[in-house]
Design a protein around this ligand. Structure first.
Ligand code: FES
Ligand code: FES
Length: 164
């Protein structure tokens, strides 16, 4: 029994891609092993740690639980797609400023979950933030700095958006 190949066309970090892949390849394997986008981490591989979180059509998903074939026609953003012209995304800056990064393994996933939340709801409360990052495990920081980072990024965003 041979491994079937499928062709997918999708947008990854604003670039259109057409790729032939084995039908059983996961989205995480596509990103890390085929496209060499190593910012998305592999932790548990079974949907429990959130290290592999990416955005697919705006929603935060675990790339380890998706087949790459399911990305056909979708818009994907990975941690490498954040920030512009060499400038970090406000969430990335805020994580650094608030010392929310220790070993850093959970960080890309947390930033992507937070980004998906803020894209949908620019001023979430603590409970909403907590719910959004509930699937992202961090063994190092104790979470307080992570909440502060996301809340600071919200603050920064509302200041930028202020009219007068
Ligand atoms: S590696 Fe995907 S949830 Fe842990
Ligand atoms: S900073 Fe190490 S797991 Fe979160």
């Amino acid at each position: 029994m041979g491994c079937e190949t499928v062709r997918i066309c999708c947008t990854i970090n604003s670039r259109q891609k057409t790729i032939d892949i084995p039908a059983n390849l996961t989205a995480l394997q596509l990103l890390r092993d085929v496209l060499k986008l190593k910012g998305t981490k592999e932790g548990c591989g079974i949907g429990e740690c959130g290290a592999c979180t990416i955005q697919v059509d705006g929603k935060a998903v675990n790339a380890c639980l998706m087949l790459a074939a399911q990305l056909d026609g979708r818009n994907i953003i990975t941690i490498e797609g954040l920030g512009e012209s060499g400038k970090l995304h406000p969430l990335q800056e805020s994580f650094g400023k608030n010392h929310a990064v220790q070993c850093g393994f959970c960080t890309p996933g947390l930033v992507m979950s937070a980004k998906a939340l803020l894209d949908e709801n620019p001023s979430p409360n603590r409970a909403q933030i907590s719910k959004a990052i509930a699937g992202n495990l961090c063994r190092c920081t104790g979470y307080q700095q992570i909440f502060s980072s996301i809340e600071d990024a919200i603050q920064g965003g509302s200041e930028e958006g202020h009219d007068g």
